[in-house]
Design a protein around this ligand. Sequence first.
Ligand code: COA
Length: 147
Amino acid sequence: MVLPPDTNYHGTVFGGRILQWIDIAGAISAQRHTHRKVVTASMDDMHFAVPIRLGDVVVLKAAVNYVHRTSMEVGVRVEREIILTGERELAATAYLTYVALDDEGKPTAIPPVEPETPEEKRRFADAITRREFRLARRDALLARRGD
Ligand SMILES: CC(C)(COP(=O)(O)OP(=O)(O)OC[C@H]1O[C@@H](n2cnc3c(N)ncnc32)[C@H](O)[C@@H]1OP(=O)(O)O)[C@@H](O)C(=O)NCCC(=O)NCCS
């Protein structure tokens, strides 16, 4: 439930707080899949659709969309629930990449995901496309800096 310390001076949730909740929900999903420690490698396609207000209940849903070798994409959907009516609406979405680490803190291979439903298959295919864009963008920016 959104409490005063979560809000900005508009009386809506501070964006950074939503990012924090998203990262926690995403990490839980990644760790449930891998049973490993994970770190957040990137966070992208973050969209805030509607403001979340003081007193709203925030519902976060996270799923591993795609696994490459040591990294995985997790999609997180944030809903605001107006508790007096039970009405829910989409408030934000984001995609995060987590990397699983071994006991020495090095990236380690993780089990694949096997999409079954049409929705899971769509998310899996979309995640592959997003991964290509994400890494290409990262590499292009690094190359321009000479890293
Ligand atoms: C994420 C991290 C472990 C990757 O280390 P690295 O030395 O680049 O490792 P590798 O080159 O072997 O890449 C490991 C995987 O991460 C992926 N990766 C690395 N950087 C990435 C990025 N910016 N976005 C998406 N994926 C990335 C690689 O594609 C690779 O995936 P794959 O094994 O599935 O093909 C390292 O950059 C790191 O520790 N970053 C800091 C993490 C952190 O502090 N997060 C905030 C707190 S949790």
